[in-house]
Ligand binder design. Structure first.
Ligand SMILES: [Zn+2]
Length: 112
């Protein structure tokens, strides 16, 4: 059975910084994080369709949106597991490979 669903995940991508939080009315720790939404296929694979970096207060989650391109460069890549980013194309390749293998097996045995 294949399970398909949607999921939102948050990854902390760096050390926290201390800032004044307007909502907490105090100095708190802010964590740079990557929030992404993905379509989940099974429990292993997924396909990320939206992502953004945020600097968010660890107390109330209030924060700023960071520039995606400059954060990617700063981190030296996109810190999302490859099976979440490329799960859908990988699955399609696997399915196509199985279909081609089955077709070749049938051709090799002279049947349809
Ligand atoms: Zn706060």
């Amino acid at each position: 059975m294949i399970l398909i669903g949607q999921q939102e995940r948050v990854l902390i991508v760096g050390p926290t910084e201390v800032h004044h939080c307007l909502r907490c009315q105090t100095e708190t720790e802010f964590a740079p994080q990557l929030r992404y939404k993905m379509t989940r296929i099974d429990l292993l694979f997924g396909f990320v369709y939206q992502r953004r970096y945020e600097l968010a207060c660890t107390g109330c989650e209030h924060g700023w949106v960071l520039d995606t391109e400059s954060m990617d460069q700063q981190l030296g890549g996109v810190p999302i597991p490859w099976r979440h980013r490329f799960g859908l194309p990988v699955m399609l390749v696997v399915v196509a490979g199985v279909a081609v293998a089955g077709w070749m097996w049938r051709m090799g045995h002279g049947g349809i």
